[in-house]
Design a protein around this ligand. Structure first.
Ligand SMILES: [Zn+2]
Length: 342
């Protein structure tokens, strides 16, 4: 099979298009023919070598995989050759105390497909059978690869780690990003008023198109006071955040009494100054969110099936242009998802 390996970390990293033997499944594994694979911030962290876990090279990146089953391990039941699937890229053990309680995203032995194991920027990928989720008939491979990871990350943040009540005010930071564009749609469908932030006019227009009622310019120093103005100084009930650094510090200025910030990333920096006084006086919460469970993935695909969640696709690249795809995502000018189609 053809595959793209990251052979040296860097910005940009070094990639190589290689010919490898087709993967052979162990008894509980499935080989998936990759039809589309989304590119994510996670891939850029892998490229940089910036993840706080041991990384072995060469590695085939790619965590947001859609395709069909082509080979089955001897003990696999419930799947047939040709089945259309999405792959849950948070690999989980299925037997630790957290997996047994259905909280796969807390697995003690969790691994990331496309980071610690070879991923989907290849013609085929090997995955444990338990990580596959069936694709609804009317969700095509590109839509799945554009929603599976970012969409289910947002689903986990808004329906598992926190709750959105009808009429609540929700602020979606970086609303034109993969997680942001899904979070806007999910919060609106749950009945919330949505304010988004975005750094360019094109991104601001996209957030409004996705359902945000208000959008503020995140390049303005005083964007948080804009948010307070929109809510008549009350503040928002929930902030959906994945930027970190100074941005999450400003997000606290936007928060209403009893409000919650839910975060799944730290692109702008992992360390922040936190003022505990308003946090406890206003009884606010800061909640971490990591990955997803298969239930979040299934819900995401069900929402896509009935049109409640739509992908925004920026560009599609072949395997031979993976380095260009990484450069495009890194440029921060993308509107929606960048996909690789082998
Ligand atoms: Zn586990």
């Amino acid at each position: 099979m053809k595959a793209v390996q990251l052979i040296a970390h860097g910005n940009p990293g070094q990639f190589k298009l290689v010919e490898l033997p087709d993967p052979a499944p162990a008894s509980d594994e499935i080989v998936v023919q990759v039809r589309a694979c989304g590119l994510n911030r996670l891939d850029l962290w892998l490229e940089d070598g910036a993840l706080p876990i041991p990384l072995d090279l060469p590695r085939i990146p790619g965590s947001e995989i859609a395709g069909h089953v082509i080979r089955l391990g001897s003990n696999v039941e419930g799947w047939r050759v040709g089945d259309r699937v999405a792959v849950q890229s948070n690999l989980f053990c299925g037997s630790c105390e957290f997996c047994l309680s259905g909280e796969e995203s807390l697995c003690l032995k969790g691994q990331l497909l496309g980071v610690q194991k070879d991923g989907g920027f290849a013609e085929m990928v090997l995955a444990p059978a338990c990580t596959l989720v069936r694709l609804p008939d009317n969700v095509d491979f590109n839509a799945s690869a554009a929603l599976t990871l970012a969409g289910s990350t947002a689903m986990h943040m808004l329906t598992n780690r926190t709750r959105v009540q009808p009429g609540h005010w929700v602020l979606v930071v970086a609303g034109a990003s993969g997680v942001g564009s899904a979070a806007i749609q999910i919060a609106r469908r749950l009945g919330a008023h949505v304010i988004a932030t975005a750094s360019t006019e094109a991104k601001r227009q996209l957030t409004l198109h996705l359902g945000a009622e208000y959008v503020v310019d995140s390049t303005r120093q005083d964007w948080s006071s804009e948010v307070r103005k929109i809510t008549q100084k009350r503040g928002v009930d929930l902030v959906v955040e994945h930027v970190g650094g100074a941005v999450i510090e400003q997000a606290f200025d936007c928060l209403a009494r009893g409000g919650t910030i839910v975060t799944c990333g730290a692109t702008a920096g992992p360390k922040i100054h936190l003022n505990l006084w308003p946090l406890f006086v206003k009884q606010q919460s800061l909640v971490g969110s990591y990955g997803r469970s298969r239930a979040d993935l299934t819900t995401t695909l069900e929402w896509a099936e009935v049109g409640k969640l739509k992908p925004t696709i920026d560009a599609v690249f072949p395997l031979s242009e993976v380095p260009a795809a990484f450069a495009r995502l890194r440029s921060r000018t993308v509107l929606g998802k960048v996909l690789i189609v082998p």
